[in-house]
Design a protein. Structure first.
Length: 567
């Protein structure tokens, strides 16, 4: 009977080119060997199953090869390569720090480091799971790691870089391994399937790759398990049945029922899912992932974030055309709340069913959401009226001229008159210049609360950009929504007007884009403060009299403490 070898060992990479998904690591190591710039210590970091120990072994084998190829690959024929391939190499030493983590183990290693290699140029020491070394072992290792003999090279590997002492990190060249992408894992499994004469559906391999969570070793173990279950033909149904994964079709059916507001179908589908032995929270998290995939399928730029097989990808693209972004986002909020509340809920099934019923009512809720204005654009007849309102801009400036040029006040202002009194409105166009025809663009209605939220985001954006004066003006003046999508901004004085003029076009463009209303107009209004008619300068007694009218307790305060008004 032929001995069975698991795929993770049988197809373990033997050269740098065989390593999957770590090109940034393998190309750097090959260049270091090619240019004879070999560090004395390397640290390979990353999650499990991504090729850290494999790359360490390939590096050790390549360094000691007696006749490297032009592409920096070992020959597999010299004594050093043959010894490595048969696990009889005297130059490559592997140490498992998980079981050899004491000071005595490191001292034994240090004694071995002094011995020169018998074959090849280097003695290479691979220490796996190096973070498991004790603090004393690390300290004993420091001096040798920093200044080893010329023939010694250390390659350390760990899944928990944060546990490595900074003094160790500073003595090594650190290489961070990435999680292997689903696409790379699926392609690698496809190549192995061809070599093993196994017929595998692409969607099935993608599900295995997703289940592996970026670890190629885990993917190969799952692949062996599926082959044992299904034989020489691996189908999508075989994989989801063996791995107890909820079929994509359920999520597509649920989403169709949500878009059709079909309450009955939602409850029946969920009942069928529970009957198949799946957990309610598993269903909620899977449906959330499905809606997220629909969102990224709506745009070509984000489509690359969809990591599924071609057949499933086509289904996502078709369903994404039927679902609008606002519905998907609100649905994700509902599911996220259900996911958070699931563990503490006493009736978990009812919680999920209520969430599904909320999803079914979502489109009606969004359709009937109150708005201040109708979403339809105004008739073309209103367009000339808007243009006529733009012309009085110059006379308005003249009307406010006396306030701008008044002399310094010699009399105390009346406190009762310092409240906001609107002056003449500035009827300039919100863009500051003639814009292209906006009739074909949307004019979605919005509320005062939505306007203030967008206004606050724009103000924060100006603060981050370092425009502190403009940010202060925006924070101090809350916009007011009027008819025909007119937004009014009240300024305290004419000195703020130039700042508004400089940023007006940018502000209007931001509001229009965020509120999806290209009929929005922005007008400015100047507050005015009335002055007393008195022309004679007020004495200190006059000032006290005026102030005591507003607050009579000032006179009592002066008499109680015998205060002098001064000169």
């Amino acid at each position: 009977m032929e001995e069975f070898i698991v795929s993770a060992r049988k197809y373990r990479p033997q050269t740098f080119d065989d390593v999957v998904g770590q090109l940034h690591i393998t190309s750097t190591l090959k260049n270091a060997i090619r240019n004879h710039k070999i560090a004395h210590a390397f640290l390979f970091c990353g999650p499990r199953g991504v090729g850290k120990t494999t790359c360490a072994r390939i590096m050790a084998k390549t360094l000691n090869c007696l006749s490297l190829s032009a592409d920096i690959e070992p020959c597999n024929q010299c004594d050093s390569c043959v010894g490595f391939n048969t696990s009889h190499s005297f130059n490559i030493h592997e140490l498992d720090a998980a079981s050899n983590n004491s000071v005595d183990d490191i001292r034994t290693l240090i004694e071995q480091v002094r011995i020169a290699p018998q074959v090849g140029k280097y003695n290479i020491y691979i220490i796996d799971e190096v973070h498991m070394l004790s603090a004393s072992a690390f300290n004993a290792f420091l001096k040798t790691l920093e200044e080893p003999p010329a023939h010694a090279i250390f390659i350390l590997a760990t899944t928990e870089k944060h546990k490595i002492l900074p003094t160790i990190l500073s003595r090594c060249q650190v290489f961070d391994f990435h999680r292997i992408t689903i696409e790379d894992i699926a392609n690698h499994l496809g190549r192995i399937s061809v070599k093993e004469n196994i017929e595998a559906e692409p969607d099935a391999l993608h599900v295995i790759a997703q289940k592996a969570d970026g670890a190629l070793r885990d993917a190969l173990s799952i692949f062996d398990r599926i082959v044992t279950f299904a034989g020489s033909k691996i189908s999508y149904k075989d994989v989801i049945e063996n791995l107890n994964i909820l079929d994509y079709d359920y999520y597509f059916k649920v989403t169709d029922s949500v878009l059709d507001s079909d309450h009955k179908s939602l409850l029946l589908i969920f009942n069928e899912i529970l009957g198949n032995g799946f957990d309610g929270q598993h269903f909620v998290s899977g449906l959330s992932e499905h809606l997220r995939n629909l969102l990224v399928s709506r745009d070509e730029q984000t489509l690359k974030l969809l990591e599924v097989g071609e057949t499933t990808r086509e289904k996502y693209l078709r369903q994404a055309q039927k679902a609008d972004g606002a519905t998907l986002i609100e649905a994700l909020k509902i599911l996220n709340s259900a996911d958070v509340e699931y563990r503490t809920s006493n009736n978990k099934r009812l919680l999920v069913e209520l969430s599904l019923l909320q999803l079914a009512e979502l489109k009606k809720k969004l359709r009937n959401a109150p708005v201040t204005q109708q979403e339809a654009p105004p008739p073309p007849a209103e367009k000339p009226v808007a243009k006529q309102e733009e012309k009085p801009a110059a006379p308005v400036q003249e009307a406010k001229q006396p306030v701008q040029e008044r002399k310094p006040a010699t009399a105390l202002p009346h406190f009762k008159n310092t409240i906001s009194i609107k002056g003449a409105a500035d009827k300039e166009s919100s863009s500051g210049k003639e814009e292209e025809n906006l009739e074909d663009k949307p004019r979605t209605g919005f509320t005062q609360a939505q306007l203030e939220a967008v206004w606050a985001r724009y103000a924060e954006k100006q603060k981050q950009a370092g425009k502190l004066v403009w940010h202060s003006i925006l924070n101090l003046h809350t916009p007011e929504l009027h008819e025909n999508f007119t937004v009014e901004m009240v300024l305290d004085h004419n000195g703020q007007k130039p700042e508004l003029d400089n940023h007006k076009q940018e502000l209007v463009s931001f509001l229009r884009n965020e509120l999806q209303n290209w009929g929005l107009q922005l007008n400015s209004v100047i507050r005015q403060v009335e002055e007393t008619a008195a022309k004679i300068p007020l004495t200190n007694q006059d000032k006290l009299d005026e102030m005591s009218k507003k607050n009579p307790d000032l006179v009592k305060l002066r008499d109680q403490f015998r205060l002098d008004l001064g000169m």
